[in-house]
Structures are given as C-alpha cells and as structure tokens.
Design a protein around this ligand. Sequence first.
Ligand code: GLU
Length: 304
Amino acid sequence: MTLAARHYVGRFAPSPTGPLHAGSLVAALASWLDARAHAGRWLVRIEDVDRPRCIPGAAEQILRQLADCGLQPDAPPLWQSGRDGAYAEALAQLRLAGWAYPCGCSRRDVALLQTSTRQRFGELIYPGTCRDGLDGKSPRAMRLRTGHDGAAAIVDWCDRRLGPQQQNLATEVGDFVLQRADKLWAYQLAVVVDDAEQEISDVVRGEDLTDNTARQIHLQRLLGLPQPRYLHTPLVLGADGHKLSKQNQAETLDTQHPLAALTAAARTLGLPAIEATTTPDWLAAATRAWADRWLGTCPSGAVA
Ligand code: GLU
C-alpha cells in the first residue's frame, strides 16, 4: 500500500507543564505538516497524566498558541486525565497475561540493589527483585516484565528519519513502571493506549523521545495494538547546548507573530526558506516542501 493511500492519522501530544515554546512548536509543526502532506487527519492529545507537574491553564494556552499558528486539530483534544479506566483495563490485561506485576521496592531499595553502572538517564535499572513475589513487602508500583528468565527482549524498529533502531529492553531498560507508587499512570502505558484509541498511524515527535519507542512498541505487541510508524524530529537546543525545555526555562513562544515562530521551527526541520505573507499561505507552501522531503520516505527509513 502506498503511504498516501493509507489512512493517515497524526497527533501532537503536549504535556501541559507550561506553555508552548520554540522546541515544542517544532514537534507540533512537523506532525501537522506530515498529516497534511499525507492528506490525513491531525489530532491533539493533552498528556496531563502527571497531575502534580501540570500547570492550570497551560493546556488552554497551548491550544491557543497552536491556533495562532494556524494549527487546528481535526477533532476536540483527548485529555489523558479522563482516561483512567482505559489505562486500568490495559494494565489488567497485562497482569492477566503475566506481564505486569506489583513491585514493593522503594527508590532507595532499588538504589541499594544496583550492581555499579546500571544507570541510564539518571534512572536506575530495576533488577527485577519483585518479579516472583513481594516477599512480604506492600505493593507500590506496577512494573512490566521485560523478557523471561534472562532471555533478551530485543525490539527492532525503523525511524523514518533516523533509520533502523534496536534496543534490548531486558538489559538496557529493565522492568519498567506502568503505574507509579502514587497510582499515577506512567507515560509509556498511557501513550500506547491513547495512540491506539486515536487510531494514530504516524507518530511524529521530538528526537528526545526516540529512546521510549522500543518500550511503546513492546507494549503495543503485548496488548495486541497496531504499531504506528515513527519519525523523530531534530531538537531546538538552548544556549547551554541542551534540549530547549520547560525545565531549562524555555521562553514562552510569541505567537502574536506566527510567521516568525513558524519560520524558526521550519529552519530546525531543515525546510527551505518559505516566502509567504499570511499564515495559511506559509503553511500551504511548507506542506509542499515537507511532502517533497518526506512523502517518498519508505518505512525502512531510506529515502526513495
Ligand atoms: N507528552 C510528551 C511531551 O510533551 C510527548 C509524548 C509523545 O509525543 O509521545 O514530551
């Protein structure tokens, strides 16, 4: 099936922990352009599962900023805070199949169990202590068993921009959290359940999220859900060389001047300079430029 003939649904999934900034506009614009270039639909999902980190009014501000830039979703946004039942069902399914288990370890317990270097991104790799029972501890988080009896859990997948990817979940990630000790749902579970609910065919998002993809594909397989295609976009770096984020005080995007904001985002995406005086004209020209670059990308990540 050609890409154009596929039923394309894309999405932008911001966490309302602050307003849109120059970095998040890149992901929003790329997902919008990819959807329009495929004559597909574009949806927005407000990822407000981590309630303590959400800022009141931020979601509404993000939606307003997107609208200022001409990026209007084709359906009302889906809010993760209203989706507890769906996440609980997915967790029950994984538990029934023996993939999810309660863990009674605190962060301190996990730290004490570490065998020296088993760390990634500052997070400790859980060594699987509670896999076979709580040993008298009270249940805290729910975790996903990655691989059986030391067997590798290798996920191969292909990014449309970055090419072939591989991750051994058992050794590189470990049994990861599905529901936290404070009962909040983990991003990995929520994103997989909701990408399926919204029938997302193509995930286009920032490159900092690439590392999560293998976990998400693994969960899709265990839950019998379809696997979208993935394209991870370049990031906007701050003055300190790190990804621009709300955590390093990225400035709120000025969407009173949408063409300036869109032009900067397009530059990060490697699109050619676009001559236009109105936002709709700019977006139409950018869609053509995006289609020239990405419509011929085959699923193996090579450019046709
Ligand atoms: N909510 C995530 C974020 O704002 C994005 C999740 C995704 O696109 O999968 O970083």
